[in-house]
Design a binder for this molecule. Structure first.
Ligand SMILES: Cc1ncc(COP(=O)(O)O)c(C=O)c1O
Length: 475
């Protein structure tokens, strides 16, 4: 309640009266709520106590308030007719977001604990070296370190340095610490790129099938998102819309099919970007886990023209919960991207960044990836072995990295969503490939995450999946 502005005592009484009356009428004050004591409210508002008392008297006379001797003044149980909004309705809110954000929250997500969870994209949290992490985080939680965290925009320089070192050693990504922008995961990295490069109706080409979370993000920046087909060599460069200014790709392990972008396509894509003055966003989200000697050099290391923004994340190599990723942009974009980061999240979470820098420096990240790769290699092999028993129905899409494998049905008319439902009924969670398409004609298939399931459980899970698949194929 504000009593700003000129006015005599009578005007002030009327303002207090009206403010309280409105609060009762629109439900902000409900029957039975206690209103402040006259002395307290007068003190808060800087008016004479008698002014408040006069307003309360009027409200009491009109039946909005009731005085309970020895206890205080309360909102009366006023009957205001059927149209009276309730407090609940007030909380539900009468205002709407822009139509772009008008989303249906849908039913609350439920996790069936009895399921064998073969969802894609989830590393095994049980492998994460929690004790080491706890030690490193607690080292960060010192007053002096917390006081260092100010409203800057760079984040941890030491983490930038360690990421540059890791990328140079393991991914032949050419970067110094100054080239690395630390973000809250790949999703924020791509959000920053969109802030800097996408205007309303900017055409952005994406792989189709592809990663819907990024497509949706780009749409919220009002990009015109166009799905481009993917074949056994990855993105079909010849099918790129010439007006695209940005191309979002997952070259090492295409999401979700798993194919690797061939060398011929890599060269063609870089050439295409140069000819069309476009930027390539390379999302290298899970290639730390490699199961072949085949080199998987990032596009960034082949880029001679400064067109590739390299994006990485610790969500797969460690855990999605850390919410830490990074960008390595061409230097022409670095200042803008740092500024985009500063205006959205300032430094980011310096405790996690500091702990992660030590984690990398002490060699725990490399050791963890080596150990987890051994575990995932075995799980992957057991899944592939089980899939080989379904080779009359399903083809496995060749892939060399990551945490999932994708299959396609030989029968292009198969109903993969029905298989997913049938699998769920048998206690197995998998994904339909057709759910990952947006503009291109969809192909039916099943994507299977192998990282989050214990190897001993895989035969049972795959046996159930086999029943679900064979049921749909009519075999
Ligand atoms: C293609 C792709 N990129 C990136 C990510 C990771 O995003 P973030 O780092 O925001 O967790 C995922 C996670 O599933 C993904 O599938």
């Amino acid at each position: 309640m504000s009593l700003d502005g000129p006015g005599d005592a009578d005007t002030r009484v009327v303002r207090i009266y009206q403010a309280l009356r409105e609060a009762v009428v629109d439900g902000r004050l409900a029957a039975g709520d206690r209103v402040p004591a006259t002395r307290d409210l007068a003190g808060q508002l800087g008016v004479a106590r008698g002014t408040v008392t006069s307003a309360y008297d009027r409200l009491t006379a009109e039946g909005f308030l009731e005085s309970r001797p020895g206890s205080g003044t309360y909102v009366a149980d006023v009957v205001l007719g059927a149209a009276r909004p309730t407090r609940r309705r007030a909380r539900a809110g009468a205002v709407r977001p822009l139509s772009l954000w008008d989303v249906d929250p849908g039913p609350a997500a439920t996790r069936n604990r009895r399921l064998h969870d073969l969802s894609i994209g989830l590393p095994d949290p049980g492998l994460f070296p929690l004790e080491t992490w706890r030690r490193l985080v607690s080292t960060q939680l010192r007053r002096s370190r917390l006081e260092e965290a100010t409203y800057g925009g760079r984040g941890s320089w030491r983490l930038q340095h360690e990421i540059a070192r890791m990328l140079g050693l393991s991914r032949s990504v050419v970067a110094s610490a100054d080239d690395v922008v630390v973000t809250a995961g790949a999703q924020q990295a791509i959000d920053l790129v969109a802030r800097v490069l996408v205007a309303p109706r900017t055409v952005v080409a994406v792989e189709d099938p592809g990663y819907a979370a990024v497509h949706r993000l780009l749409e919220t920046h009002r990009a015109a998102v166009r799905g481009v087909p993917v074949d056994e060599e990855g993105l079909v460069v010849d099918a790129l819309p010439p007006e695209a200014r940005l191309v979002y790709v997952t070259p090492s392990h295409q999401f979700p099919t798993g194919v690797t972008l061939s060398m011929a396509r890599r060269t063609a894509l870089l050439r295409w970007a140069a000819e069309h003055d476009a930027v390539i966003v390379e999302d290298d989200y899970d290639s730390e886990y490699r199961y072949s000697q085949q080199p998987l050099e990032p596009l960034q290391s082949l880029d001679r023209d400064g067109r590739v923004v390299y994006v990485g994340t610790f969500s797969k190599s460690l855990l999605p919960a850390l919410r830490t990723g990074y960008l390595v942009p061409p230097r022409s974009l670095t200042p803008a991207l740092r500024e985009a980061k500063r205006v959205t999240t300032w430094e980011g979470d310096l405790t996690t960044q500091g702990a992660l820098a030590e984690f990398l420096a002490e060699g725990h990240h490399a050791a963890h990836v080596r150990r987890a790769t051994r575990v995932y290699r075995e799980r992957r092999a057991v899944v592939l072995d089980a899939l080989s028993r379904l080779d009359e129905v399903l083809d496995v899409v060749p892939s060399v990295a990551g945490l999932h494998v994708c299959t396609t049905f030989r029968d292009a008319g198969a109903d993969d969503r029905a298989v997913v439902r049938r699998a769920a009924a048998r206690g197995v969670r998998v994904e339909a490939l057709s759910d990952r398409y947006r503009d291109q004609p969809s192909r039916p298939g099943i994507s299977i995450g192998f990282a989050g399931i214990d190897v001993a459980e895989i035969p049972d899970a795959m046996g159930r999946l086999q029943e679900a698949v064979l049921g749909s194929a009519g075999v």
